[in-house]
Design a protein around this ligand. Structure first.
Ligand code: G3H
Ligand code: ZN
Length: 286
């Protein structure tokens, strides 16, 4: 029997492992993620940002993930990733997402608290099983290859434990996403190292599950230290997008006369699956 997401997060916390959260834009990538997780028998979360859910269709994305959960009796969940307004959070909750993120990282802390709180209240009254994540500390916005550290991201803007305590206490969120050296996107010259001491200090302060965004470009060693220090969920998007783009180009180049979409896409599904497989092994010490 599939347990609820809260239980899998608790298990990750106890085992000092992390649940992989992977963003998808289409059915092919969903299969890549599902196949990789299933062959390792690990719970997994599918993330859909505002743009991704607009492209797939919010209710359609929920239906796809739930169809896998039901057909395979498998712990696969869907998260409405980076929602920038209460309205988008409400729509995701109403559509049946298992988890939502209100992303107020660019707002002043008071406004961020106020909006996040509204999302938590709506989730609780709709279905207490729905998890709400809040964010404090800006880490950039684009899951793509980037030239340099996004503007507004620096050591000074990393989340401080005192603000984190206030944020978590006042909002009553289930999961907390801090800025600890992580960045959305893959920086061409290399992503910064994670601030492991800051992760430990935040974990000690807030004592709730922590989520590491911006997983692309982070070294396996940093992941392992971060997970040992209190991270229970890791988000990956850009590296999947790059694997998708590169293998699609190759597939089209190698088979210029192929017109059958499922034949063109077969190596693409496998290439993305390989990336997911590697990340899941790192997050779970396999
Ligand atoms: O929410 C999405 C993730 O934080 C992805 O970050 O594109 O750097 O892997 P990434
Ligand atoms: Zn993110």
């Amino acid at each position: 029997m599939v347990k609820n997401l809260r239980e899998y997060i608790k298990e990750a916390e106890q085992n000092k492992t992390a649940i992989g959260h992977f963003n998808i834009s289409n059915l092919e990538i969903l299969w890549s993620v599902f196949n990789a997780a299933r062959s390792l028998e690990l719970p997994v979360i599918i993330g859909v940002s505002e743009g991704e859910r607009d492209f797939i269709g919010l209710r359609q994305a929920v239906a796809l993930v739930k169809s896998l959960r039901e057909e395979y009796n498998y712990p696969i969940f869907i998260n409405a990733d980076h929602s920038y307004s209460f309205e988008r959070v409400r729509a995701a909750i109403d559509a049946g997402c298992d988890m939502v993120i209100f992303d107020g990282a660019e707002l002043p802390i008071d406004k961020n608290i106020e909006e996040t709180k509204k999302c938590v209240e709506y989730a609780r009254k709709t279905n207490p099983d729905i998890l709400v994540e809040g964010e404090l500390g800006f880490i950039g916005k684009s899951s793509k290859l980037i030239e340099e550290l996004p503007k507004g991201v620096s050591l000074e803007t990393q989340t401080n434990p005192t603000d984190a305590i206030r944020f978590v206490k006042e909002t009553e969120i289930d999961l907390f996403a801090p800025s600890v050296g992580n960045v959305h996107g893959l920086i061409k010259s290399g992503n910064p190292n994670l601030n492991i001491e800051r992760i430990k200090a935040i974990k000690d302060a807030v004592k709730i599950p922590l989520v590491l965004h911006g997983g692309s470009g982070i070294s396996d060693k940093d992941f392992q230290e971060a997970i040992a220090s209190g991270i229970e969920m890791v988000h990956i998007s850009t590296e999947l997008r790059l694997a998708y783009q590169n293998s699609l180009k190759l597939s089209l180049q190698e088979n210029p006369d192929e017109t059958t979409p499922y034949k063109i896409m077969k190596p693409v599904v496998l290439a993305v699956e390989k990336v997911v497989d590697h990340k899941l092994r790192v997050f779970n010490k396999i």
